[in-house]
Design a protein around this ligand. Sequence first.
Ligand code: GRF
Length: 208
Amino acid sequence: MLRIAVLVSGGGTNLQAIMDSLDSGAITNAQLVTVISNNANAYALKRAEDYGVEGLLISPRDFPSREDFNLKLLEALLEREIDLVVLAGYLVVVPPCVIRRFENRIINIHPSLIPSFCGTGCYGLHVHEMALERGVKVSGATVHFVDEGTDTGPIILQKPVKVEQGDTPEVLQRRIMEQAEWVILPKAINLIANGKVRVEGRTVWIDE
Ligand code: GRF
C-alpha cells in the first residue's frame, strides 16, 4: 500500500478527484494518510474531514523561522511513513530538505503543458491569463515529479485541452481542471502505486 500525503492550499478539487478515485477503485494499492494545508481556511481541509482523513494545518506563519516550518513539515511526513507526496494546489515552496528526502516521490499538478507557462510566478489563474494572452490554441495540464527547480522535474503525464475562442482565464481554468487535471493526477498516482513508473534522468517510462 502506497501511503499518500496530499498537500493543499485552497479548494481541493484535485484532492477530491483523488478521494473519488480511491473510492471507485480507479486508484488501487494506495491509501490517503493525511492532507496537509498551509491555510486554515482551505476548503480542502473540510473535504478531508468529510472524507474521514486527518487534516493537518502546518503554516509557515505559525513558526518562528522558515527552518522550523521546514523541519515540521518533514517530520510530519516521516512520522506518518509517507511514500508519496502529492502537491494538489499547494502554494508553498517545498523545502529542499523535503525534496531531497523524497526524491522522485513528490508529484505536482500544473495547469499547462510544461514547458509552456510554468516557472516562478506562474501559478493559479496567471497561467491561464498568460496562455490566453499568447493566443495558444491548446493548453492542458502536466503531472511531474518535483525537483529543486520550479516546474522542472521529470514529466509523468500530460493532457492537452482545447482553448476556445472567447475563453476567459476562469473558463479555461475550469475546462483544464475537468478535462485534464482531475483525470491525469489520479491516473499518475495509480501508475506509481502499481509500480509502473520508472525515472531515468529527466525521462519517465510508463509500463502499461
Ligand atoms: C489547480 O489548477 C492546480 O493545477 C494548481 O492549483 C489549482 C488547485 O485547485 N496547481 P484545487 O485546490 O485542486 O481545486
